[in-house]
Write a protein of this length. Structure first.
Length: 436
């Protein structure tokens, strides 16, 4: 019986696909209300319909956090003694308020996170009960969701919702979550990949330093963590993880439900999972070249062969950016200082030398420059974090900082439930003037 249904469905799908193709190809620019048919079918790309003051993605400047570029943020925020990158705790202060904290103010958040960082035992029990071959993002999202019973916002709503003060319990939930996420992530890593041998928190360390400690990774990985969590924190409200978090929170769901949904979106191959895919591709190419660093001419030949075969160069191009992703450059600067002779970094650098010019010459890419994923895995691999599947969890810890700041402000401003309107294919064909 199931086969009958599947066969009938296949017939319907194959009959329907040409209709969508024709709408996009021949009538994509026709308006339905204030948007085009292409925008309605194509994932609302470029439709300006969300509001956030936490970050803005400028096509030519890159991401701006509260108005500052990534280099400006790194220069402005206070840093731990002797370190090159700022306190993540100070960054949280900055995203929420728009004010650059003093070192003393940042340290108050360091202390606050220490008070909240312990993970409930039942979360550990849940993680340990799940199959060990579960994807780390499945474990991570499940851990976040399981902690929903701790939600102060949920209790606040149950006891009588007040729109004017709703941001306060959302802020409390967000702070609790950010404090705990590094501990959850490190526990998952050690449980899956390091013989289930765990390293307890060190109360003398800030979030970045403590994460590196719990992971069992030596300095300067603490600075890697600070940099990585900051540059991955937010990317406007329209990307999948940020939008999913905002969408779920708009129903007055608490931060635990909302962030879990955002993490589920981040796990998609077209979103957060891309960083591991790029590194895999780079290493496969290096293997084909017998581990030898190709000359510029050899690399150009390889890139052209790849493009002419119909494949793409992973890690290049971006939906909005029209320049090298500043998150790529932040990682490149770190690598130039700390691992200039790393063979994978050298390979990535050689790609950077030749790919943009080739993509411009080819003329198909709107943005020929590398994005954050072109570099993300290189540094992690260098410092011994070689488990590809875990990379998106690292992304998730950082992304939580931005999206949780956003939903705190969503509640502060009383944003309503998100509810766009859908149309049928018949309606689109009618608007295009091709309805029979």
């Amino acid at each position: 019986m199931a086969q009958i249904l599947k066969d009938r469905l296949r017939e319907k799908i194959e009959a329907h696909r040409p209709r969508t193709t024709r709408l996009l190809k021949e009538h994509g620019d026709k308006k339905i209300g204030d948007v085009t048919i292409a925008q309605a079918i194509g994932g609302m790309r470029g439709v300006k319909s969300l509001v956030t003051d936490i970050s803005y993605l400028d096509p030519f400047e890159g991401i701006r956090f509260r108005g500052k570029t990534i280099p400006e943020v790194m220069a402005a925020l206070p840093k731990p003694e002797g370190k090159d990158y700022p306190y993540v705790e100070g960054f949280w202060f900055y995203l929420l308020t728009g004010d650059v904290p003093t070192k003393e103010e940042a340290l108050t958040i360091v202390d606050e996170f220490k008070k909240r960082r312990d993970v409930p035992q039942y979360v550990i029990d849940i993680l340990r009960a799940m199959p060990r071959d579960s994807h780390p993002m499945t474990l991570f999202s499940a851990a976040v969701l399981s902690m929903q019973r701790e939600s102060k916002f949920a209790k606040f709503y149950a006891e009588g919702f007040n729109k004017m003060t709703a941001w306060e319990p959302m802020f409390e939930d967000a702070t609790d979550l950010i404090a705990k996420l590094p501990s959850v992530a490190a526990y998952i890593y050690r449980m899956k990949y390091k013989g289930d041998i765990h390293i307890p928190s060190d109360d003398n360390l800030d979030l970045g330093g403590n994460f590196a400690h719990m992971m069992g990774l030596a300095e300067p990985y603490d600075d890697v963590a600070r940099m990585y969590f900051i540059i991955h924190a937010d990317h406007e409200s329209g990307n999948v993880s940020a939008h999913a978090t905002h969408l779920v929170a708009s129903a007055l769901s608490d931060a635990y439900y909302s962030l879990s949904a955002g993490l589920d979106g981040l796990a998609g191959p077209l979103h957060g999972l891309a960083n591991q895919e790029v590194l895999k591709w780079i290493q496969n190419v290096m293997k084909k070249m017998d581990g030898k660093l190709p000359s510029e001419e050899e690399m150009k030949k390889f890139v052209w062969e790849t493009l002419n075969s119909g494949q793409v160069i992973p890690g290049y191009g971006h939906a909005v950016l029209r320049k090298t992703d500043p998150r790529y450059m932040a990682q490149r600067e770190f690598a130039l200082k700390h691992l200039p002779d790393d063979p994978i970094f050298k390979f990535v650098s050689r790609l950077y030398d030749v790919v943009p010019d080739i993509l411009r010459e080819q003329g198909k890419a709107k943005n020929p420059w590398p994005n954050v994923d072109a570099h993300s895995g290189v540094i992690q691999w260098h410092y011994g974090l070689k488990e590809y599947d875990f990379y998106t969890v690292l992304f998730g810890v950082g992304r939580a900082i931005g999206v949780l700041a956003n939903i705190t402000w969503d509640r502060a401003l009383g944003y309503p439930i998100e509810r766009p309107k859908s149309l049928t294919t018949d309606m689109l064909e009618e608007a295009a003037g091709i309805k029979k």
